[in-house]
Design a protein around this ligand. Structure first.
Ligand SMILES: Nc1ncnc2c1ncn2[C@@H]1O[C@H](COP(=O)(O)OP(=O)(O)OP(=O)(O)O)[C@@H](O)[C@H]1O
Length: 135
């Protein structure tokens, strides 16, 4: 069915300028935050980690690692959500072995990033927390 070309919400043509592209990207960020429970949990955990970072006074190098971990997890969760949505759209939420494969692999990517982040977080925070408790 042809769409009204002025209907921005249902527009499927290439964005005409940089401002439009940013607008669509921010809509994507808002959508994933609004619709995905896991995203809210990740952002809440990231918030706690940042507070802890200030408490234990991370240096620049350590902030870089923690920042990398936070943004990796958030970006991977978004890719996972994209995969889930594409599978749901293609299969109309009916079982398909390839749909299972795609969703499971995407979830595995989030898990891998989370494990990496937990290890990095432990290496950075545990010695500092240990020192805080000792002195
Ligand atoms: N269309 C499908 N065909 C085959 N298997 C599916 C399909 N949809 C979901 N599954 C299976 O169910 C699992 C959970 O799917 P779901 O879409 O609920 O993802 P989820 O990881 O639970 O979502 P979220 O990341 O939002 O918690 C998938 O990992 C996959 O194994």
């Amino acid at each position: 069915m042809p769409m009204d070309s002025n209907d921005k919400k249902h527009n499927t043509t290439k964005s005409k300028n940089l401002v439009n592209s940013f607008e669509f990207a921010f809509t994507g960020l808002r959508t994933v935050y609004k619709d995905e429970r896991n995203m809210k949990i990740h952002i809440f955990c990231a918030f706690l980690v940042v507070i802890l970072g200030f408490v234990v006074q991370l240096n620049r190098f350590e902030w870089c690692w923690i920042g990398l971990c936070i943004f990796l997890i958030l970006a991977m969760e978004m890719v996972n959500t994209v995969c889930e949505n594409i599978v749901d759209m293609m299969t109309d939420k009916h079982f398909h072995p390839l749909g299972k494969k795609v969703k499971d692999i995407a979830a595995g990517a989030v898990l891998l990033t989370t494990i990496f982040s937990v290890v990095v977080g432990a290496l950075i925070f545990l010695p500092k927390i240990y020192q805080l408790i000792l002195y």
